[in-house]
Ligand binder design. Structure first.
Ligand SMILES: [Zn+2]
Length: 215
C-alpha cells in the first residue's frame, strides 16, 4: 500500500524539498517551522499503475518540448487524520473526508474539483509553499502539525492566463498547462499558480510537515 517513508535531513530528496519549501514561503505575514519531510512510496497495483501513466505522459510531452517539461510544485488540501504527524502515522486512512489520504492513495481526481475555480476545472499547484498553505486544513481533528504535497507536475508548454477563466476545462491547443500570471506581470493573482487539467499530469511524490509557529 502507498505509504510515507521518513527522510533523513541529509537525504538529497529532503534537501531539495526543503530548499523549495523555504524559498517558496513568500507571504511576509505567515510563519512556519519545518518538522519533517517524507517520501511517498508508490506501493501497490493502483499506485504503480498511476505512476506508469504519469511517466508515460511525461515522456510524450518531453518528446515535444524537451527538458523542462516537468516542475515540482506544492499543493495544499484538508487532512482528517494524523498521517505525517510522526513516524507512527505513515499509512493513509480510509475516511473519504480526508482528501489528503485520497490523493495519496489515488492521486488527484478531477471529479472532486469544484465548479468555477479561478482558472477552471483543473488541479491547482504553486511554487509558493505559503500559498499552498492557505489550502491546508486539519479537518475535524487537532494537531499542531500541517502537511502539504510536493508533486511532480507535467507542465510542458505553459499557457499564461491574465484574467480569471472559470469555465476552462483544458489549456488552449498547443499547450499542456496554464499559469495564473501575477499582478506585477499584468495578471490577476498575487502569487503564481499552475494548473493541469488531466489526472496523469501530476504525481504526489513528497510530503512536507510543518507547524505555523516560528521557533
Ligand atoms: Zn487520512
Amino acid at each position: 500500500m502507498v505509504h510515507l517513508m521518513p527522510l533523513g535531513t541529509n537525504d538529497p530528496v529532503y534537501l531539495e524539498a526543503k530548499k523549495r519549501f523555504v524559498a517558496g514561503w513568500q507571504h511576509p505575514d505567515k510563519t512556519y517551522h519545518l518538522e519533517a519531510i517524507y517520501y511517498i512510496v508508490q506501493d501497490g497495483a493502483e499506485a504503480q499503475a498511476h505512476l506508469a501513466r504519469n511517466r508515460a505522459y511525461l515522456q510524450a510531452v518531453k518528446a515535444r518540448v524537451g527538458d523542462g517539461a516537468e516542475q515540482y510544485l506544492f499543493h495544499g488540501t484538508r487532512r482528517a487524520c494524523h498521517i505525517g504527524d510522526d513516524n507512527n502515522n505513515l499509512y493513509p486512512c480510509n475516511n473519504p473526508d480526508c482528501f489528503f489520504c485520497s490523493i495519496m492513495k489515488c492521486s488527484f481526481s478531477l471529479a472532486h474539483v469544484g465548479a468555477h475555480e479561478m482558472f477552471g476545472k483543473g488541479i491547482y499547484t504553486s511554487s509558493v509553499s505559503s500559498k499552498a498553505d492557505g489550502y491546508v486544513w486539519n479537518w475535524h481533528m487537532h494537531s499542531h502539525k500541517h502537511t502539504m504535497f510536493l508533486s511532480n507536475v507535467v507542465t510542458g508548454r505553459v499557457e499564461p492566463l491574465l484574467v480569471p477563466q472559470p469555465n476552462r476545462t483544458a489549456p488552449d491547443a498547443g499547450f499542456d498547462s496554464t499559469e495564473g500570471v501575477t499582478k506585477p506581470q499584468g495578471g490577476s493573482v498575487e502569487y503564481p499558480e499552475t494548473i493541469v487539467y488531466r489526472e496523469d499530469a501530476i504525481l504526489p511524490s513528497v510530503v512536507v510537515v510543518y507547524t505555523r509557529q516560528h521557533k
